[in-house]
Design a protein around this ligand. Structure first.
Ligand SMILES: [Zn+2]
Length: 279
């Protein structure tokens, strides 16, 4: 039995928690197996925060091998009710060049082989069987969390792009030029590999989820040169991780109280009998 001792979750790299004082490392298990790594609990801006390295320490898990169900379940079992999910993306439109911070309001799922629901009819270890549930997902991100993220960016002098569609691909390879042009033509703003199923699993657990995307490259279609290189992605991420951390930490402090939230995230299952108890 895990004690509830965090309220806000941040799924991101070790750059977001490694320098905090008084961080407690907690190993959490879930009915879906272990999450990407230990969860690191600490206090930030007066809030109890749980940090989870999405790719594990040392970045050993590729996007398609991340146990997204375990990650979100683990956070909720610790008491988390609001999640911030920063991630690196490619820009699909020329105006969204490296260093752009975009807070998406939509996503398109182009992943192929990921577990993306808790309601799959498989019994949990305790014997409870989830019912067939169709979760409302028209608006995949928390409107309150988005508002806070945008305000926090502006407060740090980093004018964000307010809205846009995050296309999530299976990876781990980057897109071909044809795929990239297609994603742009269908209205995609940015493309990444981890934003889904993170968002939908959060919604299934009644968690508020906000994605903050940092553009590290122009994707293959918008790029006139050699296409995306990993070295370039790392370089741009390194240049921006400091201010992304500042924005995240400001956002943590500015998120609404978790108790009494009334945003759409909390109503996704109104009228449904889930068949299982959420942790
Ligand atoms: Zn919400």
């Amino acid at each position: 039995m895990v004690t509830a001792n965090a309220e806000i979750g941040v799924i991101g790299g070790s750059g977001f928690y490694s320098f905090l004082d008084d961080v407690t490392e907690t190993v959490v298990d879930t009915p879906y197996g272990p999450p990407s790594d230990s969860v690191f609990l600490g206090e930030l801006s007066g809030r109890r925060v749980a940090f989870l390295p999405r790719h594990g320490r040392g970045h050993h898990l590729p996007p398609h091998r991340i146990n997204y169900r375990a990650n979100l379940w683990a956070l909720r079992s610790l008491g988390v009710r609001q999640v911030l999910g920063p991630c690196a993306v490619g820009g699909l439109q020329p105006e969204y060049g490296p260093g752009t911070l975009l807070v998406p309001d939509q996503l398109v799922d182009r992943t192929k082989a990921r577990q993306q629901t808790y309601f799959d009819g498989e019994p949990l270890p305790g014997g409870a069987v989830p019912n067939v549930v169709h979760t409302s997902f028209a608006d995949p991100y928390c409107p309150e969390g988005r508002r806070v993220a945008l305000k926090s960016a502006r407060g740090r002098g980093w004018e964000p792009v307010d809205g846009g569609t995050l296309v999530v691909v299976e990876g781990p390879r980057f897109s071909t030029r044809a795929e990239s042009k297609w994603h742009a033509a269908m209205g995609g703003a940015v493309v990444g590999m981890t934003g889904h199923p993170e968002a939908v699993l959060a919604r299934e657990l009644g968690l508020c989820y906000t994605s903050l995307t940092l553009v590290t490259d122009l994707d293959a279609g918008a790029e006139t040169g050699e296409g995306v290189s990993h070295a370039e992605v790392l370089r741009v991420f390194g240049e921006n991780v400091g201010r992304l951390r500042e924005v995240l930490f400001d956002a943590v402090g500015a998120l609404p109280a978790s108790e009494g939230r009334d945003c759409l995230c909390t109503h996704a299952h109104d009228g449904w009998d889930l068949g299982i108890e959420l942790p």
